[in-house]
Design a binder for this molecule. Sequence first.
Ligand SMILES: C[S@@+](CC[C@H](N)C(=O)[O-])C[C@H]1O[C@@H](n2cnc3c(N)ncnc32)[C@H](O)[C@@H]1O
Length: 203
Amino acid sequence: MLQYLLIKRFSGLLRWYRSRLTIDMQHLSRYIPKEGRMLDVGCGVGSVDYEFARSRPDLHIHGIDIAAKSIELANRYNRLPNTRYTCQPLESVAGRYDCVLFMDVFHHVAPANRDSLLQAASRLLNPQGYVLIKDIERRRGGASWMLDRYVSRCSADEIFLENCSDLADLVAKHLTVLASEVRFRMPFPHYYIKATAKTLSKE
Ligand SMILES: C[S@@+](CC[C@H](N)C(=O)[O-])C[C@H]1O[C@@H](n2cnc3c(N)ncnc32)[C@H](O)[C@@H]1O
């Protein structure tokens, strides 16, 4: 992966590229808690977590990923006192979190595996906690597809871009959807889905 090569010499530049050019950091930040505990599922090399952790010292971020190399690099280059990164599947995480974040992860998760991820995320929420999914809308999402296909070298059958409304329908099977929206910011149409555990809404 290109970022594995770049991070060793240009970790600051990679953080800037990821958090300023490829996501809408300003808008995304409105969904991220100011304090408490956040689990970032599929944190990659931790470039964005570093930025969140730097600007929110009272937010403790636990980043997990199934790619061991990404976690090794996250620990080496994107560590702060309020971050920790571990290589493990979501199903093995214990504890409770105020936010469980999936950032640009769901379009790498095969449809057959999505229900179990959402159920596992739901079990980890504090009473007031929420799941936040940020991803790329399939409609007009061609630039993201091209990056995944030709820069990250994913094969075509490993990229599963969805429309926000379709993913929100799936999320609603397991959680209570509080908000869903699509916002285009060059070069990608980003969508955001915020949802709480179903039991919370029944109380
Ligand atoms: C496009 S990268 C996004 C990385 C990071 N969230 C970011 O926004 O910079 C997708 C990441 O999701 C990870 N991933 C995919 N499926 C996963 C799963 N089931 N559990 C944890 N991580 C997963 C991949 O290893 C990869 O690091």
